[in-house]
Design a binder for this molecule. Sequence first.
Ligand SMILES: C[S@@+](CC[C@H](N)C(=O)[O-])C[C@H]1O[C@@H](n2cnc3c(N)ncnc32)[C@H](O)[C@@H]1O
Length: 403
Amino acid sequence: MIDNSLITETPEYKNLVTFELCKKMPIYNWFYYKEGFAPELVWNLLRRFEIPKGATVLDPFCGTGTSLLAAAQKGYNALGFDITPLAVFVSNVKLQQRYDVGLLKKEIDRISSFKFGESKLRWPDLDFIDIRKAFSRYARNDLLFFKEKIMGVDDKRIRNFLFLGLLSIVMEASNVKRDGGVLRIVKKMHLPPVRKLLRNRLKRMYKDLLRSEEFPGGIHAYARVGDSRILPMEKESVDFCVTSPPYLNWVDYTKIYALEMALLMNGDEIKRARSDSVRSYIGAKEPKEIRVDSEHLDELFENLERLPQPSKPPAIVKGYFGDLFMNLQSIYNSLIPGGKAAIVIGNSCLPNLDINSDLILAELAKGIGFEDEGIWSSNTRICKFPGMKNSRPVRESIIILKK
Ligand SMILES: C[S@@+](CC[C@H](N)C(=O)[O-])C[C@H]1O[C@@H](n2cnc3c(N)ncnc32)[C@H](O)[C@@H]1O
C-alpha cells in the first residue's frame, strides 16, 4: 500500500498546476480552458528530469494543448490526445506554424468587414441547454453567419485561425456563465456585437502570432482525437509523459464547453465525446467491473458500500478508477524503459468521505510496474459534491512515476 510518506509538500508548484498563468500568455490564452495547467510546469519538469532536446513528449489528456505547445517551443516533439474534437482543434491551431501573415491580415480585415446577413447553417439541439435562451437572436445568427464566411476561406491554416477566434468569443457573446460544472443562463447587460468581439479577438491573436517564434527546426507537434485508455501508440516510443486527467469532480466537459462544441461539432460528435469520456461525472455510463490491485481502492469501495442512502455516491467512482487504470497501462506501454511520467491530479470528496485519488493512482501505477518516485502535494482545491452544503479543501498533486 502506498502510504502518506511518499507525499512531499511542493508549494513552488502551486501556480503551475492551474490555468491562472496561461491567462496572460500569448497563444496559451487563445482559448479559456479552466482545467489547464501552466507551460512553466512542463518546462520545469523537462529541465528537472533532464529530458534531452528532440525527445518525444506525450500528453494523453492534452486538453487545449498547453503541454504540446510548451514542449515544442523548447525543442521537443509532442503528441497529444483528447476525446473532444473541440480540445484537439484548439490545440492544433495553437501549434500551427508558417502562416502567410500577409494573407492572414487580409482575411482578418475581410471577415471583420462583413455586414450582417442570414446564414443557412443551424445549431444542433442540445438536450440540457436551450440555444435560444443561451444567445440573443442576433448573437445566434451572427455566430453562424461568421462561421459560414470563415468556412469559405481557402487556406486551411488561416481558416482554422479565424475559426478559433470565433470559438473563443462564444461565451462572451452569450447569456451564459460557466458556474462550476454547469452552464447558467444569466442576464448580461450591453453585450458587444459578435462582429466587434471577433474583430478585437482576431487582432489580438494576430499580434501574438507576429511576436511568436517558430519551433526549433525539425520539431513535430500535434494533437489527435483519441481515447487515452487505448492509446494508438507504438511501444516504447515516448521519452516523457506529462498530463492531467479529468478529476473526479462530477464535471462533464462536454457540458461546460457545450456552446463552443455546438458551433464546431454536430450533435452526434458531441454525444460520442460524452460517452467516451473518462467517467468522472454524474450521469456517466455505468462501470463494468474492474479488477485492479489497490488496497486504497478496496478500502474506498468498502467505505462507499457503507454510506447510507440517499448519499450513496454514484457507481461512477469505480468506473473512474477503472478508466484511469487503463490509461496508466497505456502510458506505461508507450514509455521507454526509464521514462518518466508526471500526472497532475486533484483529490475528491463525497459528503462523508475523502477520495485520495493521488494515493490510489500511485498504487495502481505500482501494480502496473511503475516505480513511484513521489507525490508532490502542490495545491489545495475546494471540493464540492452536488447538493453538499459545505465544500472541503482537498489536495492537488503531481504524481511522479518511472518505468
Ligand atoms: C484536466 S483536462 C486537461 C487539460 C490540459 N492539461 C490543458 O492544459 O489544457 C482533461 C482532459 O481530458 C479529456 N478527456 C476526458 N476523457 C478522455 C478520454 N477518454 N481520452 C482522452 N481525453 C479525455 C477532456 O476532454 C479534457 O480536455
